[in-house]
Design a protein around this ligand. Structure first.
Ligand SMILES: [Ca+2]
Length: 373
């Protein structure tokens, strides 16, 4: 561990080129904004977790217990996809993220993540080739391409996937409710990693030459459940904080986001954690919330149906039971509107038509389509 500690010390001393950032104000409770959308409920699921669009408008939906479904674009027809590996869905475990490869039309590759069976365990990144149609579908050639390490027990798996404009795959990993792994650079818990599309640590990652794990892109994360590129090619995450202290972060290479040393929230037992402004060497969130909103998901909207949302972030909130619009702005990001949804929102995505789609959480969780009023 000496090598790793030395690396930590080096990064702390060098500040990893972190200039003390202007501290964004902590966002508190907000009144609900008028909804600029009509809502249609297209389908319902048993604890849905994520959705992804295929280029023709059909959808993939995962359910926590381990089913992946192929849905028609109108949500009326569905088929369970075969070939999905066994999942540990106890606690926070789930069949989680699902994403179609950016070149899906040519390669039919579907990437997904799940909590592997066993204890200790970890989040697994896998991919397969989608075969078939709404009469019968399966993933062929399912392969594990990346696994979390070390294996531990606990929640906070994360497992979100974002393809970069240059084809690299970014993958978020939670700290499994173990706190300190987020600062340990010989493992990937509490990290965002940068991989090739085949799941190998991408060449040129920032800590590889300094003795850190070769996959690490950024660290000091808690439970980063949202991960998305904006229209300028910048990477953002949305991260579950402890009691208060949920975050939206601009993700930059080699930066330390401070968990569990700093947080704008507190421990659940009431003990404070020093706020970000007390330690400028850790990258501060661009937006943080207290009380918590519990961000489950993050979309950067790029469609035309909602011109005011273009280039901004939409966050699904679980405890907040809302869709939250965040302006990523030039000067500083800030919450712009909070649309009350009356249910925990587990997923947010955008269809090829520019409509926004949400998944409610839990049993009976509905797929909602938002179109302009
Ligand atoms: Ca604090």
């Amino acid at each position: 561990m000496h090598r790793i500690n030395a690396l930590c010390a080096f990064l702390a001393l060098s500040g990893a080129a972190v200039a003390p950032a202007a501290q964004a104000p902590i966002t508190g409770s907000r009144p609900a904004a008028p909804q600029p959308f009509e809502i249609s409920a297209l389908a319902a699921f048993d604890s849905p977790w994520a959705l992804a669009f295929l280029p023709d408008g059909r959808m993939l939906v995962t359910e926590k217990a381990g089913r992946m479904l192929l849905l028609s674009a109108d949500g009326k027809q569905r088929v369970a996809i075969g070939g999905i590996p066994e999942v540990d869905s106890s606690g926070q475990g789930a069949l989680g993220e699902v994403v179609a490869h950016p070149d899906f039309a040519a390669n039919r590759l579907v990437y997904f993540s799940y909590s592997a069976p066993g204890s200790p365990n970890g989040v697994v990144l896998a991919r397969g080739k989608l075969i078939g149609n709404l009469k019968g579908a399966r993933l062929d050639e399912v392969t594990t391409i990346y696994k979390a390490h070390p294996l531990v027990s606990g929640g906070h798996y994360a497992g979100r996937i974002a393809f970069a404009p240059d084809g690299h795959l970014f993958f978020s990993l939670g700290e499994r409710q173990k706190f300190t792994p987020a600062q340990e650079l010989d493992g990937v818990l509490g990290k965002v990693v940068r991989l090739t599309a085949d799941g190998k640590p991408a060449p040129g990652n920032p800590l590889a030459a300094k003795g850190g794990d070769p996959a690490i892109w950024s660290y000091g994360h808690r439970n980063p459940l949202g991960l998305a590129f904006d229209l300028k090619g910048r990477l953002w995450d949305a991260e579950m904080g402890p009691k208060g202290g949920d975050e939206v972060n601009l993700i930059l290479p080699a930066r330390n986001y401070g968990w569990p040393i700093v947080s704008n929230g507190s421990h659940y037992d009431g003990r404070d954690i020093p706020d970000h402004p007390t330690k400028a060497e850790y990258e501060a969130p661009k937006v943080s919330w207290n009380p918590a909103i519990s961000p489950s998901s993050l979309l950067i909207y790029s469609g035309k149906l909602f011109p005011n949302w273009h280039g901004k972030a939409l966050i699904g909130a679980l405890s907040g039971e809302a869709l939250i619009l965040v302006d990523l702005g030039g000067g500083g990001a800030q919450e712009e509107a909070r649309y009350a949804m009356g249910k925990r929102i587990r997923a947010v995505d955008q269809g090829p038509d520019g409509a926004v789609y949400l998944l409610e959480d839990k049993e009976g969780g509905r797929l909602l389509k938002l179109t302009p009023k």
